[in-house]
Design a protein around this ligand. Structure first.
Ligand code: FES
Length: 209
């Protein structure tokens, strides 16, 4: 090879070029990888979830919902608060399988069309969305308007030590009330919807039933 000693396959000039380029690449990665990790890390870190007390069991009945203010985003004051509508599970109408997390039915107030807050109208036993006329029945199932799935729900449980009902992470449901990791409003979960709108990487890992 021109410029190489007898038996050499790489010239000294090429060797020095390779060393210089390799060093440059290592130096560039030393700058860019930490920055990339800092930028993309939050996308993959799971949101923690908390169990919040919402009152003694005597606060709730099967026949109507009690409005409870809960914190859904920690550390940002009132902006992180939301409303949950809570009642006792009623086996006569709540036909989804019972487990330790649904002795109290807790519905999110966020409409599953575009996220406006819905209001429970006790006289009609309906949840009404003021934005585009979405209507949900007593169980939070869509009965009118554009919402694409039932109202989201929250895990609930009884804390023996405190004697209080606690509310946990939010989850989404399809029309059969099967549980899914929380999705955004407007994302259907029936049929191929659950595959078209997978859960975000940062959603909590939900408790197992
Ligand atoms: S946001 Fe509720 S119907 Fe549109």
């Amino acid at each position: 090879m021109p410029g190489a000693f007898e038996g050499e396959t790489v010239t000294r000039r090429n060797f020095m070029n390779l060393v210089a380029q390799g060093s440059g690449a290592v130096a560039a990665m030393a700058f860019t990888l930490p920055a990339l990790g800092f930028a993309l890390g939050p996308l993959f870190s799971r949101e923690p979830f908390n169990w919040q007390p919402i009152g003694p069991p005597s606060d709730f009945t099967e026949t109507t919902y009690v409005t409870k203010v809960i914190t859904i985003v920690q550390g940002i004051g009132e902006a992180g608060n939301s409303i949950a509508y809570v009642r006792n599970r009623d086996p006569a109408i709540d036909t989804e399988p019972e487990d330790q997390y649904n002795h109290w039915v807790a519905l999110s107030s966020r409409c599953m069309h575009l996220g406006c807050p819905v209001r429970f109208v006790a006289a009609a036993e309906r949840f009404i969305c003021p934005c585009h006329g979405g209507v949900y029945d007593f169980r939070g199932m869509v009965v009118g308007g554009p919402p694409v799935r039932p109202l989201d729900r929250f895990y609930t449980r009884y804390n023996q030590a405190s004697g209080l009902v606690e509310i946990g992470p939010r989850y989404s449901v399809n029309f059969e009330l099967q549980r899914f990791s929380p999705r955004d409003p407007g994302q259907p979960l029936n049929g191929i919807g659950q595959f078209l709108y997978p859960a975000r990487f940062d959603t909590s890992i939900l408790p197992k039933s």
